[in-house]
Design a protein around this ligand. Structure first.
Ligand code: 0O2
Length: 203
């Protein structure tokens, strides 16, 4: 079976590399200037053909490049892991000002955590490109989903993601409540760590 992205696949890699390079250059520049890292690490991925097809089926959409690149907005995903919550809001300012990228949507699941305890800051960007997009527009636009998390938020999300595949377990309500408790405790730790950092900086 050919890729759901069809002829657009190399264009997705191009857009992903473009934003990844912008962000990595910013980190190197800021580190050289201040000695502080703006983030701890960054990962970039194109959603696999299989995951994108599964998501289209789940949403009742045909398995086409149009669904994957127009109806869905996360074919290209960037995840930025920061040490402290403040760092997330700092790098957001830079992302909003990136030339050639338009902010389409922002969701602050840090100040407004999901009911299960999930925390992260999500942005959808539209990258402007010289080549045609799936709608036939030139310049074309390709969506990029950016997720920003602290190390603690990322640990929780990774573990919760692993465990949520096991749906047929007893005590579902208890497990959900425990996961939420862990998320809230980690969020409290993030606040304490930030306070400690500020005490060190100001002393
Ligand atoms: P994957 O495999 O990580 O890419 P939608 O994108 O349509 O499913 P929505 O509401 O538009 O949903 O997007 P939202 O809520 O901003 O979340 C999209 C992505 O955030 C998810 O992508 C996850 O990566 C992450 N996410 C959101 N909620 C949770 C959560 O409760 N737990 C964990 N671990 N991650 C979450 P995908 O496509 O579901 O998965």
């Amino acid at each position: 079976m050919s890729s759901i992205y069809g002829a657009f696949e190399p264009r997705l890699s191009y857009v992903m590399t473009r934003i990844q390079t912008e962000l990595e250059s910013y980190e190197q520049l800021r580190f050289a200037e201040t000695g502080d890292h703006v983030y701890e690490h960054l990962t970039a991925r194109i959603k696999s053909d299989e995951s994108m097809r599964e998501k289209c089926r789940r949403k009742g959409l045909p398995e086409t490049a149009y669904s994957a690149l127009h109806e869905m907005q996360d074919a290209i995903g960037i995840r930025i892991i920061c040490a402290f919550r403040d760092d997330i809001y700092g790098i957001l300012e830079h992302i909003r000002s990136l030339p050639g990228f338009i902010v389409v949507e922002e969701k602050d699941y840090i100040r407004h955590a999901k009911s299960n305890g999930y925390r992260s800051y999500h942005l959808i960007l539209a990258a402007e490109t010289a080549f045609e997009d799936v709608e036939g527009n030139v310049p074309g636009h390709f969506f990029v989903e950016v997720q920003l998390r602290t190390i603690a938020m990322d640990s929780w999300a990774s573990l919760e993601h692993k465990m949520k595949y096991k749906k047929d377990v007893k005590n579902q309500a208890l497990i959900e409540a425990e996961l939420k408790r862990c998320a809230d405790e980690l969020a409290a730790c993030d606040v304490s760590m930030e306070t400690i950092r500020n005490l060190i900086r100001n002393s």
